[in-house]
Design a protein around this ligand. Structure first.
Ligand code: C5P
Length: 241
């Protein structure tokens, strides 16, 4: 199986991120760099994390005019990024521009095309928040609408909540990568995550990748925590990559 754990390096400084990466590198599948770390440390931290040998997931959720997003995707690939996020609400032209930019850049560099992941409706939004924006159909319908738009625009992956995995698999089939945060063991504190699933439940439901932050990074022994999570997953049902 491929290692489906993406560890969220939600720390403010490069030093802490690199220490975690050195400890976790051999037992996780990728490192997620979010806005906090990237805004504070910039491209240098991406390059240094890449040098540790891990795959890099840059979670900056691009949303802009198609040309600007395409250029940002190519700059991210220059830094060594393997996966990155865009807002699907940017529309089909922006999504295709992002995917095409990734394919073109990868072809030039002779590497596999980095995975552009579409974010649908943020889990911080509920039906009332969508109604404020003039979207009356509710979150589930909006998630399906945006997910289908992303797939039709050529995206090969989506970020989704644990509750969305099953119906997105039903709607979109088995080829698309589904990347899922909100992962907790029953026994572990859920922090601010409200609707969680265990790692094995999420993989059984059809997740391709699991984004896990605090249950690993705040554990007394982050490496053993990651190994325990890996061992809890039935290796036969993890798709190979
Ligand atoms: O610490 P925890 O496991 O909750 O971290 C989850 C990571 O996934 C964080 O980086 C968080 O920003 C991200 N995320 C999330 N829920 C979403 C989208 C992203 O928790 N709906």
């Amino acid at each position: 199986m491929h290692n489906p754990i993406i560890v969220a390096l939600d720390v403010p400084k490069a030093k802490e991120a690199l220490e975690l990466a050195k400890e976790l590198g051999p037992v996780v599948g990728a490192f997620k760099i979010g806005k906090q770390l990237f805004v504070s440390e910039g491209p240098e931290v991406v390059r240094k994390l890449k040098e540790t040998g891990g795959k890099i997931f840059l979670d900056l959720k691009f949303h802009d005019i198609p040309n600007t997003v395409a250029k940002a995707v190519q700059s991210a690939i220059d830094m060594g990024v393997d996966m990155l996020t865009v807002h699907t609400s940017g529309g089909s032209e922006m999504l295709s521009a992002a995917e095409n930019a990734s394919n073109e850049k990868a072809a030039k560099l002779g590497i596999a095309s980095p995975l552009i992941l579409g974010v649908t409706v943020l889990t911080s939004m509920d039906d009332n928040n969508l109604a404020e924006l003039g979207i009356q159909e509710g979150t589930k319908r909006q998630v399906v609408r945006l997910a289908k738009l992303a797939a039709a625009s050529g995206l090969r992956g989506l970020v989704c909540s644990p509750q969305e995995i099953k119906f997105l698999r039903e709607e979109l089939g088995s080829d698309i990568d589904l990347v899922t945060p909100g992962i907790r063991f029953d026994a572990s504190p859920s922090d601010d995550q409200k609707r969680t699933m265990s790692p094995s439940e999420a993989v059984k439901a059809g997740a391709s990748w699991l984004v896990i932050g605090r249950p690993i990074t705040l554990a007394e022994n982050p490496r053993s925590a990651a190994i325990d999570i890996l061992n809890s997953i039935d290796s036969e049902i993890v798709p190979s990559k």
